[in-house]
Write a protein that binds this ligand. Sequence first.
Ligand code: SAM
Length: 248
Amino acid sequence: MPATPAWPPKSAPRLFVPDQLGPGRIVALDGPQAHYLGKVMRVREGDVVILCDDATGEWAARVAQAGKRDVVLEVADMLRPREAVPDLWLCAGLLKKDRFDLVLEKATELGAGRIQPVITRRCVADKLNLDRARTLTIEAAEQCALTALPELCETVKLDALLAGWPEDRVLYFADENGGEPAASAFAAHKGAPAAILTGPEGGFDEAERAAIRTHPCARPISLGPRILRGETAAIAALGLWMALAGDW
Ligand code: SAM
C-alpha cells in the first residue's frame, strides 16, 4: 500500500503574516513576500502555502492569484495552534551587529518569549534596527517551522530596565565575576516568570554590577569557570534554562 503523501508538502513555503488568520480569510501579499512566493518559489494558482500569524497558529492556504507583484491567498485549514513557549525573557546586552544577529536568531529558535536588548555603559553598539531585528526573528522562525515569535522590544538602558522590573519575575544575572552555578539555580526554579540578563562585549562595570545585585529580583548566576562571549553566554544560558526549567 503506497504511503499517502504528507499534506501540506514539506516543501510548501511558510510565511508569517501580520493579519490574524481564520478559515476563508483572504490574505493579499505584496513586496518581498509576494516576490518570494511568485519569483523564488514560483507558486501557481491552487498551490498550498503555510501561513502563521503568531496569534492563532499555522494554517494551510491556497494561492488564489499569483500576479507579478502580488499574491492573493485564501486561508483553508488550521494545521497547528500557536505553540506555547516558556515565560522566559532574554535581556541581552546589545552586541555588535553580526553577534547580536546570532543572539536574535538563536533566542528565537530556543523559544525565548521576549528578547529585550539592553544598553549598558560598555556596549560597543548603541542602537538596534528593530525592523531588521524583527525580520531576523521571523526568518529564524520560518526556517525552523515555529508558530510563535519572541516579543521583540526596543532597546532599554540598564537602569531603566531595573527601575521598571516586574516584581514577580526572577532576574537571573549572568555575572562573569561569579554567582550560583546556573544549573543548580535553574534546576531549583519553581515555575515563576523568569529572565536571563547577559552583558555586552565589555561586561558590566562595578556600579552596574552593584545596581543589579542589589535589585530584589536579581539572582547572580555563573556560567562556569571560563569567560564566554556575550552571544555565547546568552545562547548557552537559554539552552540550559530550556533543559532544566523550560520545556525541553
Ligand atoms: N568584560 C568581561 C571580562 O573580560 O571579564 C567579559 C564580559 S563577557 C564577554 C559578556 C557577558 O557574558 C558577561 O557580562 C556575562 O553576562 C556573560 N558571561 C560570560 N562568561 C560568563 C560566566 N562564566 N559566568 C556568567 N556570565 C558570563
